[in-house]
Design a protein around this ligand. Sequence first.
Ligand code: AHG
Ligand code: MN
Ligand code: MN
Ligand code: MN
Length: 351
Amino acid sequence: KEAQAVPGGVMTLSRYMLDQARINTDYQDLEQLMGSIQYACKTIANLVSRAGISDLTGLQGDGGSVNVQGEEQKKLDVISNDVLKNALRSSGKLGVIASEEEDTPVLVEEAFNSKFVAVFDPLDGSSNIDAAISTGTIFGIFEETEECIVDDDADMDEASQVCLLNTLQPGGSLVAAGYCMYSSSTILVFTMGDGVNGFTLDPQIGEFVMTHPNIQVPKRGKIYSFNEANSPDWPENLQTYVTDLKNGDGESGEKYSSRYIGSMVGDVHRTLLYGGIFGYPGDINNPNGKLRLLYEGAPMAFICEQAGGMATTGTQRVMDINPEKVHQRVPTYLGSAEDVTELINALKKEK
Ligand code: AHG
Ligand code: MN
Ligand code: MN
Ligand code: MN
C-alpha cells in the first residue's frame, strides 16, 4: 500500500491521493474530497497570512457575533467556515456537514452522489489570530449512514433528523481525519486509518509536498501542555500528576517542560513530533472541559492513535464515545503512549 516517490520526483499530496486511489478503488471518492479540502486549506492559509494586511483581524460584524456555543466569532472564523463549506459542497461527495461555526448540521444540496459526512473546526485557535500565532483547521470524514432527503416533497424535520444522526458517529467510525496548521509553514497532516503522513505547502509551486512520512509519536516525551491557569479547579489527582512532572517525580524521573500555545492544532502537532502530553481537562466549572468531541477531540484522537499514541478522556478512549450532541464537549488528553498511560493511572489513584 505504500506510495513511493519516483526517483527525482516529489510526492505531492495530490499525487499521493491518486496513488492511493489507484491501489484501492475505495479511495477514489476520498481522493476527490481531499482535493477540495487541500484547496480550502491553501485558501485559508493565504487569508490567515494576509490577515493584518487585508483587514481580516478582529471580530465578525459591527456589534460582534457569537456562535451557538456562545463564543465570540472572529472575522476569520466565519470566512474560513464559508471557504471550507463551499469547497466541500463543490466536491459533490458530501451529504451533510457539521462545523463549529454552524448551529446545526447543514444539508449539502449540491451532493450528486453523496457518500460522506464532514465535521470540521474551520479555524482552530482563532483567539491567537490577531497576534499572528499559529492556528489551524481540523476535519473528520465519516461515511453517510443514511442519505439525507433533499427533494421538494421531503419532510424537512425528518430530513434534518437524518442529517443530524449522520454526524453523531463515534471517532471509531472516522474514515479519514486531519488538520492543517497555519504557522511558520503550512502543514497538512492526515490519516485514512493506515498511518499518518504530513505534507508541507511549498509556496513556490503551490503544492503540499510530503515532508513527514509515517509520523510516529515518541513513546515518551518531556513536555506537558495544559492551560495551567485552570489548575486550582482541576481534580486533585491531576494537580498532583502535573506537580510530579515538574519536580521530576513522575514515572520517568525526568523534569518536564511546559509548552502551551492555546491553539489545539499547534499543541497537538508539537506533541506528535516531540512527544509528551497535551490536554484540556474538565474542571469544577466545566466538567467536560472545552474541546468539542466531534470536530476537535475525535479527529485528533484518530490521528494520534494512528501515529502510535493514545487519546483518552481520563477514563475512556476518546474514539469510543458515541456523541449525543454536535457541539458536545469532552475532557481530552492525548500524546505519547507512556505519558497518557501514566496520566490514566494517576487519575485512578485513591486520595
Ligand atoms: P477554537 O479557536 O476553534 O474555538 O478552539 C480553541 C480551543 C483550542 O484550540 C485550544 O486548545 C483551546 O481552545 C484553548 O483554550 P484556553 O484559551 O481556555 O486555554
Ligand atoms: Mn471557537
Ligand atoms: Mn478549535
Ligand atoms: Mn475554531
